[in-house]
Design a protein around this ligand. Structure first.
Ligand code: PEP
Ligand code: MG
Length: 543
């Protein structure tokens, strides 16, 4: 028996044959070519085919993994369409008289290197994307069908690394789990694996070609990989896997049940979504509503400012589908780690402390009012709540509400229907926590964004993997800030929820209930497991 160790992406057990998945290695000729025209034409055809493939991958990811995960393929499509990158390839073909394959490798590698050298963590990660799309173009040029590499039997896939395009292409019905030598826990691959609900181990250095075809086990609970396990271990982990399956089925029985503790304390459990395509998951997992619709994905998935009509269609679909359940839509939280070129936000030394979220909305009122009008129109079709991100001062909320009121009056004058709606804010900074009493007097609810609240309270850049050892997600200062926010909200009669990742941390569910948190908004897959935890708690007995 061989044992490998790595980082687990998902708690779970997978048992099956190991299948080595090698990205094809190409022999690229460095010889000079004669026919520049036909070589350029080969490149043009290949790039177009690669762009078309990204569209197909986008649709596939949308179906299997939701909008957040699919967005990367839209980005890949845009990167392939980049004229500068395409011109760099054409210049190498014509200037150096090289093959299309050679020119693609050189130009794309150079672009990937430019990204790799950038300081910004988000831009650095784009380097892996450029290498991914380079592979896509080379696959087309070499006539390789990447779909044929998986084999036809159910297996645990073993690879050096898996690019997002490879992960999404995989036939999930044949996939038992994934093991890779490289990869980071926040990479697109890890996010896709999580949303596909597959046990996966990354950073497993022991991977070896000799594993091909052998029996393997992924123990996601202990971040271990076993090859040719002994009988005792195999029996033990098979039993654990069957137990997990039973639990999964039991969770299904929790659908339609209340989120109530044994002593009668209730909490709402809502879902976080990135767009209308996630609505299926909201319903499938029996969410009480949507506690965070990250509307910036509507902007990120668009090549230019999305029109009022396009936004209205997306927001209306969400509120109408889920009515009468509440849908909290957050106004555009762009900036920092989420950038779109067309907004031309400029470079900043400290983007996380920079021009982002409500600061952009209040500075660029036309763009903001387009979104507010779309939201108000959607309010006529269901139970909408509008939420402003990154509020730090009372005047910001007052100004945002004033603009909202201006839009409402305009619409009423135009004879357009506007429904009822709540207005709330994200609590994401120590400033908002410390001013919570004043803020609570002029809004209907607070939703605590623990991702940013942790970043700004602990002064730890949430994008910087180097700081992981210093990041205590249960830091007493963060928990104190949450408690202070809940108390301030309740003093003024408004509801308080949590929509950051901490809301799904089941080791804190009891703490949040004891604090009096009214709502947890979490990824749809966490809803039923949290419901189970809630229903097993008895706050009265202190257990
Ligand atoms: C948060 O900051 O916790 C949050 C929910 O917002 P985002 O992660 O989109 O910044
Ligand atoms: Mg945030």
């Amino acid at each position: 028996m061989q044992v490998g160790t790595g980082k687990s992406i998902l708690n779970g057990i997978a048992i099956g044959k190991l299948k080595l998945y090698h990205a094809p290695k190409y022999e690229i000729s460095e010889a000079e070519i004669e026919d520049i025209e036909s070589e350029t034409a080969r490149f043009e055809q290949a790039i177009q085919k690669a762009i078309d493939q990204q569209n197909v991958l986008y649709e596939k990811a949308l179906e299997t993994a939701g909008e957040d995960s699919a967005a990367i393929f839209e980005v890949h499509g845009m990167m392939l369409e980049d004229e500068d990158l395409q011109d760099a390839v054409r210049d190498i073909i014509s200037g150096q008289k090289k093959t299309a394959e050679y020119a693609v490798r050189e130009a794309f590698d150079e672009q990937a290197e430019v990204f790799a050298q950038m300081d910004d963590a988000y831009m650095k990660e784009r380097s892996a994307d450029v290498r991914d799309i380079k592979q896509a173009v080379l696959d087309v040029l070499f006539g390789v069908d990447p779909d044929s590499m998986q084999g036809s039997e159910p297996a645990i896939l073993v690879a050096e690394d898996l690019a997002p395009s490879e992960t999404v292409r995989l036939d999930k019905s044949l996939l038992l789990g994934m093991i890779t030598r490289e990869g980071s826990s926040n990479s697109h691959t890890a996010i896709l694996a999580r949303s596909m609900n597959l046990p996966a181990i990354i950073q497993c250095k022991e991977i070896d070609d000799s594993w091909e075809g052998h029996l393997g086990i992924i123990d996601g609970y202990h971040s271990k990989v076993y090859v040719d396990p002994d009988e005792k271990l195999l029996a033990e982990l098979t039993a654990k896997m069957q137990e997990d399956e039973k639990k999964r089925l039991l969770l299904q029985e929790l659908k339609g049940q209340e989120n109530v503790t044994k002593d009668g304390t209730k909490i709402k459990i809502y879902a976080n979504i990135g767009g209308p395509s996630d609505l299926g998951m909201v319903q499938e997992n029996d969410a009480g509503g949507v506690g965070l619709f990250r509307s910036e994905f509507v902007y990120l998935n668009s090549k230019d400012y999305p029109s009022e009509e396009a936004q209205f269609a997306a927001y209306r679909q969400a509120v109408e589908t889920l009515a009468p359940k509440q849908v909290v839509i957050r106004t555009c939280d762009i900036g920092a780690d989420k950038m779109v070129e067309y907004m031309d936000l400029g470079d900043e030394d400290n983007p996380a402390l920079g021009f982002r979220a409500i600061r952009i909305g209040l500075s660029r009122k036309d763009f903001f009012k387009t979104q507010l009008r779309a939201l108000l129109r959607a309010s006529a079709f269901g139970n909408l709540a509008i939420m402003f991100p990154m509020i730090i001062s009372k005047w910001e909320l007052e100004e945002a509400k004033k603009l909202l009121e201006e839009c409402r009056e305009e619409l009423v004058k135009e004879g357009v229907a506007v429904g009822e709606y709540q207005v709330g804010i994200m609590i994401e900074t120590p400033a908002a926590v410390l001013c919570a009493d004043e803020l609570a007097q002029i809004c209907d609810f607070f939703s605590i964004g623990t991702n940013d609240l942790t970043q700004y309270t602990l002064a730890i850049d949430r994008q910087n993997a180097k700081l992981e050892p210093f990041l205590d997600t249960h830091h007493p200062a963060v928990l104190k800030a949450i408690q202070m926010t809940v108390e301030a909200g309740h003093r003024h009669g408004i509801w308080v929820g949590i929509c950051g990742e901490l809301g799904a941390d089941m080791t804190l569910t009891e703490t949040f209930l004891r604090m009096g948190v009214d709502e947890l908004s979490v990824n749809p897959k966490s809803i039923l497991p949290i419901r189970k935890v809630v229903r097993e708690l008895d706050l009265g007995s202190g257990s």
